[in-house]
Design a protein around this ligand. Sequence first.
Ligand SMILES: NC(=O)C1=CN([C@@H]2O[C@H](COP(=O)(O)OP(=O)(O)OC[C@H]3O[C@@H](n4cnc5c(N)ncnc54)[C@H](O)[C@@H]3O)[C@@H](O)[C@H]2O)C=CC1
Ligand SMILES: O=C(CO)COP(=O)(O)O
Length: 378
Amino acid sequence: MGQDSSRPVQSNTVTVLADDQGGIKGSRIIERKAKALTNILVLGAGNFGTCLADHLASLDTSCHVTIYARDPAVVESINSHHLNPKYLKDIPLTPELRATTVLDASSVASVSVVIFSIPTQHLRDILEKTKPFITQNHLTIFVNKGIEIESGMLPCDIVEEIWGPEIGRAATYLSGPSFAAEVVKRQPTCVSVASRMHGRALRAQRVFHAPHFRVYDSSDVVGVEVAGALKNVVALAAGACAGLGFQQNARAAIITRGLAEIMRIGVKLGADPLTFSGLSGVGDLFLTAQSEKSRNYTVGYRLGRGESLEHVLATLGSVAEGVETTKAAYALCKKIGVESPVTNAVYGVLFAGVDVKDAVKALMGRDPHGEFHGIVDA
Ligand SMILES: NC(=O)C1=CN([C@@H]2O[C@H](COP(=O)(O)OP(=O)(O)OC[C@H]3O[C@@H](n4cnc5c(N)ncnc54)[C@H](O)[C@@H]3O)[C@@H](O)[C@H]2O)C=CC1
Ligand SMILES: O=C(CO)COP(=O)(O)O
């Protein structure tokens, strides 16, 4: 299989050109400290793990990138044919990318960067598996978006609970508007990366940065995580409105009121309100809540059209984090005493048999109140 001509391997020049599919062709615009970063392991060979591994493998040939998948058929196909047979199926992957089913002491010890691209409800499992091998020296980067159902915890808190505060605090969290199917085509994309140890966010920024992939650093881990998790709940609501046949006014309303709700929850949990105006906030909300490329929007849309949740999830073929996060966020908001009408409405439709039309009626029929109620007076 030859290299896809729309996705050139990058060299060390600074030329940035549009290719024939509108992707960006060219090379890194900041120096990546390849020698210091050395090898990278990506855990999770779904849509996003595959696209990030492909991205990193294409950046620097002196840096070996390995992707871990549980399915031997996926590993065999990536190694022999440079194709993932399950996700991003038609995209030829960078030939330098290697795949493995092995996750052990030596596979983790031989890399300095470990990227976790595993759905949130399975995060604990992979954290437990890697705990014996991860050290303070590893740069760890989490890209999942969600809240754990059982505990109501954000990924950052689960990481610190399982790995302990010292190693946990050094973890970094990447989030923002980044459909895998576009990143893998080198479409211009901007994201944020946050860490409680800011120097780690700067390191993660250098790992990913490329002409078509721009990374902004942040110290607001909670804000970035709350925004990434809850935009999926709002995307479910926006999709449902579209499925019902509501038009642009309704979409703008649900996105904006959804953002106010995300901010109320985030501020209560200690986030910086400014984060919600950034890439992980408005950026990802805007992307996900208005695009049929979003799995969460699609789930909402199909519910609005009258399909059952069970049927939609059985035929989606990939994770829609917002579904489980809705359950987690519903319980969390009750626990922390934050008003969450959008989350409650989505919860009712997904898990309590409420008809989508009735959920909209209930949302619109609430008593009026101030626009920034619960945020400015929090
Ligand atoms: N697809 C996208 O465009 C983006 C996804 N994300 C986030 O990245 C995370 C992963 O999403 P996708 O890759 O799209 O999901 P996906 O549904 O395409 O793939 C999930 C992958 O995780 C693997 N997996 C599940 N449990 C595992 C475990 N215990 N150990 C090892 N592997 C396991 C599955 O086998 C599958 O390969 C989600 O939290 C998602 O919200 C973030 C940005 C963009
Ligand atoms: O998070 C995403 C883009 O930033 C992907 O959204 P979906 O999970 O809804 O497809």
